[in-house]
Design a protein around this ligand. Structure first.
Ligand code: ZN
Length: 276
């Protein structure tokens, strides 16, 4: 979404290592991503104050989510297939409880419910949550994760796709995720990959270098933060070599395959388990 002109901004330190030493990496239109000189993490600095940022996730965002809910869901399902979700599922005894954070209109919540999970979602965009509840009949809480105050060790699985790059403090967010997940429980994180072929090719014009993204991760920096917050990373997948329409299909297909094989795909999925 386009930043509102009256949004307040604040200067922040690196969420991974705490350093203030960084240099501007991508100067975009009205905002900039810096790269931490100590650990290499990339983040928006200065960043919008979150109370103002929340205003972006209203009606316009809902229409964007609604228009894309089927393709986004297909990508999530493929990601789960890649990490052999069926095996994970089979290893958890009933009743299995799942949470999808940033669940949009609740496609994944419904999918998991149909597979026998007690699944619920959290969504900051109130119209999207309402749509999911009314049209899909699923449980969706409106707000952020921390506003829900779930009891400790509530879930066997917590999933969040294209969320961690939006949250103001990804470290506090992951700590809260770990708190509400059972020891040995699974965490699935999906986020754009700054070490991707497309990020390198397009730089500040990369499709994920947008104003809504406050932190941008690579496999390495995401793993680092997950491990520091009590998770063991047990699988990593990347996918998407090059965007549709950029090159002919004859180039796109092998590039996509190679990206997946070599780990320079545009999106990274990391599977973590809460350390017991
Ligand atoms: Zn750092």
């Amino acid at each position: 979404m386009v930043p509102k002109v009256d949004e307040r901004k604040e200067t922040v330190s690196c969420v991974l290592c705490g350093s203030d030493d960084s240099r501007v990496y991508w100067e975009c239109d009205g905002y900039a991503f810096v790269r931490c000189s100590r650990c290499g993490h990339m983040y928006q600095n200065p960043k919008p104050v979150f109370d103002d940022l929340k205003e972006r996730y209203q009606d316009e965002y809902f229409h964007y989510e609604l228009e894309n809910d089927q393709p986004f869901f297909e990508l999530m399902r493929k990601g789960l297939e890649d990490i052999r979700f069926d095996r994970i599922e089979a290893s958890i005894s009933d009743p299995r409880r799942a949470l999808d954070i940033g669940c949009a209109t609740g496609m994944l919540v419904r999918y998991l419910s149909e597979r026998g999970w007690h699944a619920e979602g959290v969504e900051i965009c109130a119209p999207a949550a309402r749509f999911g509840r009314e049209k899909r009949g699923v449980t969706i809480h409106v707000g952020t994760l921390d506003s829900q105050q779930f009891p400790d060790r509530s879930f066997d699985l917590v999933h969040f796709s294209h969320v961690i790059e939006h949250v103001p403090d990804p470290r506090a967010f992951l700590e809260e995720v770990v708190r509400v997940t059972k020891p040995g429980g699974y965490i699935v994180v999906v986020t754009p990959n700054t070490a991707s072929l497309q990020a390198r090719l397009f730089g500040r014009n990369w499709r994920s270098a947008i104003a809504d993204h406050l932190n941008l991760f690579s496999r390495r920096t995401l793993r680092h933060l997950m491990e520091e917050t009590g998770l063991s990373v047990t699988a990593t997948k990347t996918w998407g070599g090059i965007a549709a329409g950029v090159v002919p299909a004859i180039v796109k297909r092998p590039t996509d395959r190679l990206a997946k094989l070599l780990g320079f795909g545009d999106v990274v999925l990391q599977l973590g388990r809460v350390r017991e």
